[in-house]
Design a binder for this molecule. Structure first.
Ligand code: CA
Length: 252
């Protein structure tokens, strides 16, 4: 588990050039160019060739060298094994707020917006100016050192080890993505938006199937059963979607 603690909050006058930067880039030429320039600027630089390697480095440091935490990540998006967006998403899901600068050949507005929405702090497109990259790194590190101003991610819903990304219709359960039907997804989203709330079957039908639904309230039970099979460790003894006798269902 990555640490939630911030190494920045005590640093009111921290000089950013002492910082440690992780460069995640699979193209060796670009990576070595960035590493060389950042090192010349006085930063300690660590390299990763894939998203998976980056996550391993971060996790190992959090566990074995908590005093040598990464202060900033420069993150490519198109990476082998685990792509950059998933790296970013996973870190935020873990509660890790390390500043992330995405450096990507994907220049479209959608990519930029998505990158920033899932928790990146800055976005630069390739080809890029090394001077600008260094200036942006410095600005990010300074901002964090002075303000402890971390981003928040209001759209992502999380409960214990279930994370739901509404904009992307994705759900991750205990680290693995699960496939939900549209109705199952809507049900789960509703539950996770209002944890602990007790829902009657008719209310769930109104919200998920809509007012024009024709059929029996038992339909809800069937979908709940399928959902439990995908979410629960033991579907016959559910921990997430709980039956409230005489009323309906409750999440959490
Ligand atoms: Ca790449």
């Amino acid at each position: 588990m990555l640490s939630l603690e911030s190494p920045y909050c005590n640093a009111t006058e921290r000089i950013p050039t002492n910082s440690r930067i992780l460069v995640v880039e699979d193209e060796e030429l670009i990576r070595s160019m960035i590493v060389l320039n950042l090192t010349e600027e006085g930063y300690e630089v660590i390299e990763a060739e894939s998203g998976k390697e980056a996550l391993n480095i971060l996790e190992n440091r959090a566990q074995n060298n908590p005093d040598e935490r990464i202060d900033l990540i420069i993150l490519d998006l198109m990476l082998p094994e685990v792509n950059g967006l998933d790296v970013c998403r996973f870190l935020r899901y873990q509660g890790n707020h390390v500043p992330i600068l995405i450096l990507s050949a994907k220049a479209g507005e959608t990519d930029r917006v998505l990158g920033l929405e899932i928790g990146a702090d800055d976005y630069m497109t390739k080809p890029f100016s090394m001077k600008e990259l260094i200036a942006r790194c410095r600005a990010l590190l300074r901002r964090v050192a002075l303000n402890c101003n971390y981003p928040t991610f209001p759209t992502v819903r999380q409960y214990k080890d279930i994370t739901l990304f509404p904009d992307e219709c994705r759900v991750i359960v205990r680290g693995k993505e699960v496939n939900l039907s549209p109705k199952e997804f809507r049900l789960l989203e509703l539950f996770m938006t209002y944890p602990k709330r007790v829902w009657e079957r008719e209310q769930l039908i109104q919200q998920v199937w809509g007012p024009d639904f024709v059929g029996e309230a038992k339909t809800v039970d069937v979908h709940i059963r399928w959902l439990r099979e995908k979410l629960e460790v033991d579907p016959s003894n559910p921990e997430y979607i709980v039956t409230v006798r005489g009323f309906g269902y409750r999440f959490g």
